[in-house]
Design a protein around this ligand. Structure first.
Ligand code: CU
Length: 538
């Protein structure tokens, strides 16, 4: 049943659940394990089923439809391999089975099993029982171990925060299958060895649960005002978002006043670099939802409509909450979607704001829970991917504005080929994507807090500010898994000379934020990044 929610203003927000439910996915995953082709590949091993994701096809030629495929991810510790079972949700008995040596992110159940093993270990049991050590999930979430023949053993990393007494910070690696715990030299892996021993950041939650990769939840959103449809799009919760490392709150098929603006909008890449490599660098993931404070009505799995603003860690100063998913609320003339993600000790806020006047404000915000690493100044980089399809997928062009102009008297010029561009606030630089036939467009207007990559203290780690690319269905993310190097965004490789004028274009937009937790005030000024997307001739 579509749930209709009226806000205090005359704005109406309706959300209709879309796609398979969590129960359906779980059933499909369990059934797949019994299939002969799957049993054959598994052999005598006892792999663990980590998660079952719903996948959609990247096909602009067809109308939006619910995800038609699934992927079940299993891990076989004995043979150091990942087993992937891909199939159709409509006919789940026909599947393709493949194997890979790339180690998958831990599931919640695996992490809980790893914590349990640490809790029973003689070296830690007493300190954990008396609460002198508090387990947490670190980044990276895996501790990989290279064997003499080059194979990689996958172990689950478990962090232990000191809570008094003689306790010291430690991260251990847990072999869940053999119920074995491995300790590091100096108690810490080499990329988590800050010089300081104190803790900085917001107090860690009381082990509240998170929503991990594959947790179902998407819905069609319709925003109307006085009988007129302003916005219609599909919203996907972070735990169900696309890409190697997830995408935060993901938008699909965004229409304003009945005209297509974006085919997809999301954050497929997120990374962090410390001054002097005090810790890290790290590639983060954007699918693990943490609790937000949201009170209201559940309108779809993972979506809650709230009469008052839903609040994340940057609003409450607390790592705890009462809801996993996306909070929706209306404030003045904007409909806001907000969710919070966890990656180790980082907390990221994914937000989209839709104004009645057609402006979209994508936002990303940064916070951290207590950890020795975050006492050190570090630099977060967030990369939005805006797949604009202004009125149509093709027949789009990109123009750039500079005032004062770069050459001659014209402030606008066309971008004819793929290119990487820097933000230039002195020239009020911005970009516009237009339909060449009909003239409607959207402007991408940078905000000063988004920074400039070349001026960032950790340059050249941030790589760039804006990339203007020809659309390709296989360039949704850069494919870098959040387990090891490289950590930098690899968007540059797609800038390979293709013509973009009158074609299907994609804009990547990076934000760069230097985080000094010691100066995190109540106002959190500058912690929220993102450009404004403004309609032109709509
Ligand atoms: Cu930070």
């Amino acid at each position: 049943m579509p749930a209709k929610r009226k806000s205090g203003t005359d704005l109406n927000v309706v959300v209709e659940p879309f796609g398979p439910s969590a129960d359906e996915l779980a059933a499909v995953g369990n059934a797949a394990l019994t299939l002969a082709s799957v049993r054959k590949l598994i052999g005598r091993g006892k792999p663990r089923l980590l998660y079952v994701e719903a996948l959609d096809d990247e096909d602009k030629a067809v109308k939006p439809r619910p995800p038609g495929r699934f992927r079940a991810t299993l891990y076989d510790d004995e043979n150091q391999r990942t087993i992937l079972v891909d199939g159709s949700l409509r006919g789940p008995r026909r599947v393709e089975v493949s194997e890979s040596s790339l180690p998958p992110h831990p599931s919640d159940a695996e992490f809980a099993a790893a914590v349990d093993i640490v809790r029973r270990d003689a070296a830690f049991a007493a300190a954990i029982d008396t609460r002198q050590l508090q387990p947490y999930q670190p980044v990276p979430a895996l501790a990989l171990n290279e064997l003499p023949d080059g194979r990689i053993e996958r172990r689950i990393a478990v962090g232990l925060l000191p809570r008094g007494g003689e306790a010291q910070h430690e991260i251990v690696a847990v072999d869940v299958a053999r119920r074995r715990l491995i300790r590091f030299e100096e108690r810490l892996p080499p990329n988590v060895r800050p010089r300081n021993v104190g803790l900085c950041g917001v107090p860690l939650d009381a082990n509240q649960s998170t929503a991990v990769k594959g947790t179902a939840g998407q819905g069609w959103v319709t925003v109307t005002q006085g009988g007129q449809t302003l916005w219609r799009f599909l919203a996907v919760r972070p735990a169900a978002s696309s890409g190697t490392n997830g995408s935060g709150i993901e938008l699909r098929y965004v229409d304003y006043k009945g005209k297509r603006v974006l085919y997809r909008a999301h954050v497929p890449i997120l990374n962090v670099k410390y001054d002097g490599n005090a810790c890290g660098p790290y590639r983060d993931w954007q699918y693990q939802e943490g609790m937000i404070q949201a009170t209201g009505t559940d309108v779809a799995p993972g979506f809650r409509f709230c009469p008052a603003p839903a609040q994340a860690i940057i609003d409450t100063g607390s790592d705890t909450g009462n809801f996993l998913g996306v909070g929706i609320y209306v404030v003045s003339n904007e409909v806001v979607f907000v969710s919070e993600m966890e990656a180790g000790w980082y907390r990221y806020i994914s937000q989209w704001r839709f104004h009645t006047n057609g402006v979209i404000r994508p936002r990303f915000a940064f916070a951290a829970v207590e950890h020795p690493c975050v006492c050190n100044v570090h630099h977060h980089h967030v990369y939005w991917r805006f797949d604009f399809d202004i009125r149509s997928a093709g027949n789009n062009r990109v123009r750039e504005f500079n005032d004062p102009p770069l050459f001659g008297g014209s402030k606008w010029h066309d971008k004819r080929f793929e290119i990487r561009r820097a933000r230039d606030f002195a020239r009020n630089r911005r970009w516009r994507v237009e339909n060449t036939r009909t003239g409607e467009g959207y402007e991408i207007v940078p905000n000063v807090d988004d920074g400039v990559a070349t001026a960032a203290p950790d340059a050249p780690f941030g790589r760039g500010d804006v990339w203007i690319l020809r659309y390709h269905g296989n360039e949704i993310d850069d494919g870098v898994v959040a387990i090891g190097p490289p950590y930098e965004a690899d968007i540059d490789r797609w800038v390979n000379g293709e013509a973009i004028h009158d074609h299907d274009v994609v804009i990547w937009y990076a934000g760069h934020f230097s985080h000094d937790v010691n100066h995190d005030g109540a106002a959190q000024h500058g912690h929220i990044l993102g450009p404004d997307l403004k309609p032109v001739s709509w």
